[in-house]
Design a protein around this ligand. Structure first.
Ligand code: PNS
Length: 163
């Protein structure tokens, strides 16, 4: 039984994330999408909202489940007996950022990281750019699932209103 973890903040989930998880689900027996819920970081969406959006986007995949985690990803992988971490790579800068983390994680517990190249149509897509563009009224409807669009617009408007 090969279990892999796809970790991230998913604030919010994009089509790029969903594509990587779907492809990981074809490579491993089970994929656990692990949502970082460390309280120190400020997020647009709560952990519960991010989990619910992922669950909606991945509901058709029988071998995928969504969980929250805190602390080190290596400790979480041990806890759930996952032998691999899956990360999507959009660019060489993603690789430069991810490589030391992958090596550190292998150093810590032996867990391997598997890099999956992003579908080129999603190369420019990140949660942070989606939020920035949407906050100025830009059209991000092709970049996130429909069920993310409404909450995204509403939350950004609420944030604007509260200063
Ligand atoms: O989507 P993000 O923000 O790039 O996801 C970041 C996440 C949650 C994957 C990353 O911050 C993480 O793995 N955090 C857990 C803490 C940890 O293990 N840090 C050491 C990495 S070598």
């Amino acid at each position: 039984m090969l279990r892999a973890v796809c970790p991230g903040s998913f604030d919010p989930v994009t089509h790029g994330h969903l594509d990587i998880v779907r492809r990981a689900a074809g490579l491993f027996d089970e994929v656990v999408v692990a949502v970082g819920v460390n309280v120190s970081k400020s997020r647009l969406f709560t952990a519960e909202e991010r989990l619910a959006m992922l669950e909606q986007g991945l509901a058709d995949l029988a071998n995928v489940r969504v969980e929250g985690f805190t602390g080190l990803i290596t400790a979480y992988c041990r806890e759930i007996d996952a032998g691999a971490i899956v990360k999507g790579l959009r660019s060489s800068s993603d690789f430069d950022y991810e490589l030391p983390m992958a090596q550190m994680n292998t150093h810590l517990t032996g867990v391997e990281t598997v890099f999956v190249p992003a579908d080129p149509q999603f190369n420019f897509v990140s949660s942070s750019l989606v939020k920035e563009v949407a906050s100025y009224g830009g059209d991000v409807s092709a970049l996130v699932p429909d069920f993310v669009l409404g909450p995204l617009t509403d939350r950004l408007a609420a944030r604007r209103a509260s200063g």
